[in-house]
Ligand binder design. Structure first.
Ligand code: MLT
Length: 302
């Protein structure tokens, strides 16, 4: 019997794929396999018999990879399984940064009981005027599963899309996205784009990549979107850039104490992959990975 533990809720459509050879247990201690979403495993004692961890999501920065490598524990992730969910939220973020929909909704709420509410609408029209994204330059840093989908969607919305990926060759990026984007260097994207979105994993050389030096290269009034990892952005530097107006809008699903309430910040909880579809896709892929490994020794996406 293979014992598995779920450190986060995992969608039933995935768990139902486990056969009678598997038993779900409530504690980590005697688990052979673990399924986890974004709960941190960094400080946990890994049980002796643990053989596999499946991260139902893309990022593995919540898993102690070095410790797992030492102990021979295979770590899987589910690349692409939640990419569409994240893409849709990034596009919503792009819209929210351009049109003050949230300001407009809040304002209508505040005047909704006024008997002149209909007349006041004229005032709201100018108060919340926005910008259009058509023809604006949109830079996508990171052309993995999510970055390519985001680039494609922005292109379809009429944006001029530039992309780069520090971890794949320009030729590869070009093949991936030939009709979608112009491939640029990261520096060119910083300098030329009106909107910049990051879709890279958190690694030593991506940590705090959006900082005072890179922001200084950007256009005044740039809009930055971060739905990838919180530590990609230096929060102190972002705070300064928002105060000075260098960054007009910072849209993120990683609220933090420094910037969350500031003017120009649109922050929501980490919701990118929180859709029924993405949760189902991740659960199915993660469970299949565990089964393939435990039953046949097959290793995919590790
Ligand atoms: C991911 O790495 O896939 C995202 O953080 C989504 C999530 O697990 O919530």
């Amino acid at each position: 019997m293979v014992k598995y533990n779920c450190l986060n809720p995992i969608a039933p459509i995935g768990l139902n794929l486990f056969t009678e050879k598997y038993e779900k247990i409530e504690s980590l201690e005697s688990a052979d396999a673990v399924l986890v979403r974004s709960a941190s495993m960094l400080d946990l004692n890994l049980p002796e018999n643990l053989k596999a961890i499946a991260r139902a999501g893309a990022g593995v920065n919540n898993i102690p990879l070095d410790k797992c490598a030492e102990k021979g524990i295979v770590v899987f992730n589910t690349p692409g399984a939640n990419a569409n969910g994240v893409k849709e939220l990034v596009i919503a973020g792009l819209m929210l940064a351009s049109r003050d929909i949230v300001g407009g909704i809040n304002w209508v709420q505040s005047i909704r009981e006024d008997e002149n509410v209909a007349k006041l609408v004229e005032k709201g029209k100018s108060k919340f005027a926005g910008k259009e994204i058509l023809g604006k330059k949109f830079g996508v840093i990171g052309l993995g599963a999510i970055g390519v989908l985001v680039a494609n969607a922005a292109k379809r919305l009429g944006m001029e899309v530039y992309g780069c990926d520090p971890y794949i060759s320009v030729e590869h990026a070009w093949n991936l996205s030939r009709d979608i984007i112009s491939v640029k260097t990261k520096e060119d994207i910083y300098k030329e784009c009106d909107y910049i979105t990051v879709h890279v994993p958190l690694l030593d050389d991506t940590k705090k990549m959006i900082n005072k030096d890179t922001i200084a290269m950007m256009k005044d009034g740039v809009v930055i979107l971060n739905f990838a990892r919180d530590l990609l952005v230096n929060d102190e530097d972002m705070e300064e850039a928002l105060k000075s107006g260098k960054v007009a809008k910072y849209v993120t699903d990683f609220p933090n104490a420094k910037t969350a309430g500031m003017e120009g910040v649109i922050a929501i909880p980490h919701l990118g992959a929180s859709t029924e579809e993405s949760e189902d896709n991740c659960a199915v892929m993660a469970v299949k990975e565990i089964k393939d490994y435990m039953e046949y020794g097959i290793i995919k996406n590790s």
